[in-house]
Design a protein around this ligand. Structure first.
Ligand code: PEP
Ligand code: MG
Length: 873
């Protein structure tokens, strides 16, 4: 098995094997771009290493040695100190980019002896010793696991001692002092010397990069982005080029379009006399790429041309790392750039207009879940008071608005989140160690760093709002306080963050729905044209239904009628019904409820007009409607004119040990058919009235929940149909109604062919179906599901994304069996999975007619449904 590839042996399509970075370095090499030569050790080699006792095999070492010799030949340099010295970079790179999550070591190959040779060879001792101190620092951190701040501390002390501001101003003697102190850090914290043997450095670095696949931050990142833990990382070994060799050198990051807004203009930053990590770490504030045009016009022109061509080649916005070594330009990486949702929709639409991509390709460029952030509220600017403005000089690093309590580290963020507070993480700058805190924060603020700093890149990737480089903040992480002018805020104080503008406000600011976005509208039009699945909404209030209609919902997929009994007057009558002693009392209560329901359904039909609406008959166990607190029971006793002891004992009778598996759903109507008849009557009477007064065709779809046995449908449907047909006949009208069923019990899936003979339509209730298939209580599973994911027992929470093998198989079987007897049976999904992009793709493939989700997820669902069709074409 070949485990190592020279860059010129690979190509862009080999991401799985060579990792994204390796594949793109190979592709750029093939395109003749100026990539420093090197080779990639495959992800397979990593998987093998991790699975087999973390040992580099002789076979792999031999292969690496072969490629190293070839690299020495290609560069005319050697890793021995006798001739022109070859230094290496060792960088990770997995199939999916995980910015900053894994490890990198630069300037590898220096030691006490050859650094002198290197100083002579380059004629620049300051540069040579700067490279060596960087190597000691990175190697110590990445390979030996020594905390970075021990090295930072030494660097700061020496800089302060000599009054030096910037690293590049350190003299050779000062650098030597730092190097000596760094070596002591090794002895103090690792009990070992820094290895002088260059091969040992290389192999240890390779092992460290392999192992970094499983470090905590990488695992958290993968979980967050749904990346498989078994992919492994490749290792790229490449000849070093130096951005820190003087003021004709530099290094930077470039996006072919603005990753925050999508504006079609080169966007990037660079630092003169610096190496890669200086830009990303945000320690020095970089210059805007436009300065390069003035400082080094030829380099800029080359860079512009290459960036434009790379974008054309990859048909997507590129994120490029470059280094200028004595005015010569090198490309170190290109990848499809991470971007905000706002930028994503603009770039996709612009690229279609520029003729760069087709509409289908544009639709595939947008992560459905990401558009969530475009549908979210922004601060109401009319409500901001003068004295709330803390700072307006931060960078708008990732859009969105959020308010929360200030935290200065992950630990505090975790504690406050567990107490139910929204938090804002405030730091000088973030590093990959902060990932857990960043994930749970509603907003991220840093006082240092640019638009491509770690905080900015990661926040954009997560869709979390972020203000970076807000330099008028003095953040003291130790004292847990942040000062801005005269204002001092401490942990727990409330901060509002506007990541679209880069503004910070003290205290809370009310939010409003975000402004129209024409690019998003265009994308959604295209998505809707392309989708086969209809997208309906789960909604019962006029506001929600209107919101869904604004997103072009095809109808209502689920009205949960139990939500109509929250208002006190209705609740009282419902309680009267539940607690009555005989049919007569029950009927009296139902007659009053009928009037309420008539109003409810009329409102729904008014709003939804001629689009279909699935109305589900009452589903939850009845005890959910009765009070539990003594004081409330006593109050209710007075209202219902009952003795409180009698009432207490009736409430006790309603108690169930397993209410979710108890007297609920259609089981309620098996014992109290009058309940469903009342609801069905209210639906039909409202429909008749709407039809008569407006002339619109109203098509109610009446749904019976929690069916597990065919006779449940047969018996209940017969009663409902007889009851409503009587009304229809008496009114002498025609109403297109249907009576269908939810499929949410595994047994119902297995006998779906039988049920299909009786029911007019199916709708999968994936919440209950998941609960009952796994035997996981949907209300209690939160306590242990995370452990299941962490231990690899479950890849993902099955209540959030379809368990294809189990629940999915049941759905597939049910669809096949039902359609075998009724090929035209209308089938939908109305559980939470109806709004989950990954699940939607399966529902589409299996031929369902629609999915139904909460109104604000409708655009996401349309996009997922369109992508599913594109993928299948
Ligand atoms: C379901 O079970 O998926 C469903 C939609 O019903 P509910 O969540 O109301 O039980
Ligand atoms: Mg259900």
């Amino acid at each position: 098995m070949k485990q190592v590839y020279q860059f010129h042996e690979g190509q862009g399509s080999m991401r799985q094997l060579l990792g994204g970075k390796g594949a793109n370095l190979a592709e750029m090499t093939r395109l003749g771009l100026p990539v420093p030569p090197g080779f990639t050790i495959t992800t397979e080699a990593c998987i093998h290493y991790l699975a087999n006792g973390k040992r580099l095999t002789t076979e792999l070492k031999n292969e690496i040695e072969g490629h190293l010799s070839e690299l020495e030949k290609q560069t005319g340099k050697s890793i021995n100190d006798t001739s022109d010295l070859l230094l290496l970079s060792v960088r990770s790179g997995s199939k999916f980019s995980m910015p900053g999550m894994m490890d990198t070591i630069l300037n590898l190959g220096l030691n006490d002896k050859n650094v002198e040779v290197f100083a002579e060879l380059t004629g620049n001792p300051q540069f040579a010793y700067d490279c060596y101190r960087r190597l000691l620092q990175m190697y110590g951190n990445v390979v030996c696991g020594i905390e970075g701040y021990f090295f930072e501390g030494v660097l700061e002390t020496v800089k302060n001692k000599y009054g030096v501001k910037q690293d590049y101003d350190l003299t050779v003697e000062q650098l030597k002092e730092i190097i000596a102190a760094f070596k002591q850090v090794y002895l103090d914290h690792d009990k070992q010397e820094f290895p002088q043997d260059v091969r040992e450095q290389m192999y240890q670095s390779i092992e460290a990069v392999f192992s970094s696949w499983n470090n905590n931050r990488a695992r958290v990142y993968r979980e967050l982005h749904g990346i498989d833990h078994n992919l492994g990382t490749a290792v790229n070994i490449q000849a070093m080029v130096f951005g820190n060799s003087g003021d004709q050198s530099g290094t930077g990051v470039l996006f072919t379009r603005n990753p925050a807004t999508g504006e079609h203009k080169l966007f990037g930053e660079y630092l003169i006399n610096a190496q890669g990590e200086d830009v990303v770490a945000g320690v020095r504030t970089p210059l805007d790429i436009s300065h390069l045009e003035k400082e080094m016009p030829e380099v800029y022109a080359d860079l512009f041309k290459m960036a434009t061509n790379l974008e054309k080649h990859y048909k997507d916005m590129q994120d490029i790392e470059f280094t200028i070594d004595n005015k010569k330009l090198y490309l170190l990486q290109t990848r499809n750039g991470k971007r905000t949702a706002q930028a994503a929709v603009k770039i996709a639409v612009d690229m279609v207009e520029e003729g760069l991509v087709t509409k289908d390709e544009a639709l595939m460029m947008i992560e459905p879940e990401s558009i969530n952030s475009l549908l979210h509220p922004v601060f109401d600017s009319t409500q901001i008071k003068e004295d709330q403005i803390l700072s307006t000089n931060g960078l708008p690093a990732s859009p969105g608005s959020a308010t929360g309590k200030i935290c200065f580290d992950t630990e505090a963020a975790k504690v406050m989140t567990s107490q139910g507070h929204a938090v804002v993480l405030v730091r000088q700058e973030t590093s990959p160690e902060d990932i857990e805190g960043m994930v749970i924060s509603k907003a991220i603020v840093t006082s240092r760093g640019g638009m491509t700093s770690h905080a900015a890149v990661v926040a954009r990737g997560m869709g979390t709002c972020c203000v970076a480089g807000c330099s008028d903040l003095e953040v003291n992480e130790e004292l847990k306080q942040v000062r801005c002018g005269d204002t001092v805020l401490t942990e727990g104080d409330i901060l509002s963050v506007d990541g679209s503008k880069g503004h910070l406000y003290v205290g809370e600011i009310p939010l409003i729905i975000s402004e129209n976005n024409d690019y998003l509208d265009t994308i959604l039009d295209w998505a809707q044209e392309r989708a086969r699945l209809a997208i309906r909404m789960n909604a019962e209030t006029v506001t929600d239904i209107q919101a869904g209609l604004d997103f072009n919902a095809a109808g209502i997929g689920l009205v949960r009628t139990e939500h109509m009994f929250f208002a006190p007057a209705r609740l009282k009558e419902m309680r009267r019904f539940i607690l009555s002693r005989n049919t007569e009392e029950r009927q009296k209560a139902l007659d009053i409820i009928l009037n309420y329901q008539l109003d409810d359904f009329k409102e729904i039909f008014d709003t939804i007009a001629e689009k279909p609406a699935v109305i589900r008959l009452l589903d939850p166990p009845l005890h959910e409607f009765v009070p539990t607190k003594l004081s409330e029971i006593e109050k209710l006793a007075v209202e219902l004119e009952l003795d409180s002891n009698v009432l207490t004992s009736r409430i006790n009778e309603l108690h169930e040990v397993n209410p979710m598996l108890g007297h609920r759903g259609c089981r309620l109507a098996v014992t109290y058919p009058e309940l469903y008849l009342m609801q069905a009557e209210a639906i039909i009477r409202s429909a008749i009235e709407r039809q008569k007064t407006t002339g619109l065709r109203v098509s109610p779809e009446i749904m019976i929940p929690l069916v597990g046995m065919t006779p449940e449908v047969t018996i209940l449907k017969e009663k409902i149909v007889a009851h409503i047909n009587q009304i229809i006949d008496a009114e002498a009208v025609e109403i297109d109604y249907t009576v269908g069923t939810m499929i949410e019990i595994p047994r119902a899936c297995l006998i779906a062919d039988e049920i299909a003979e009786e029911a007019d339509f199916f709708s999968f209730g994936t919440n209950d179906l998941t609960q009952m298939t796994f035997g996981f209580s949907r209300d209690d599973a939160g306590k242990f599901i995370q452990q299941y994911e962490e231990q690899g027992i479950l890849p993902k929470d099955p209540f959030q994304t379809l368990d294809v093998e189990g629940v999915g198989e049941l759905i597939k079987v049910a669809v096949e069996r039902a359609r075998s007897v009724r090929p035209d049976l209308k089938i939908g999904v109305c559980g939470e999975l109806g709004g989950d992009p990954a699940s939607i793709k399966y529902f589409d493939k299996w031929g369902l007619d629609y999915v139904s989700c909460s109104p604000f997820r409708i655009p996401i669902a349309y996009l997922a449904a369109a992508q599913s069709q594109i993928e299948q074409s």
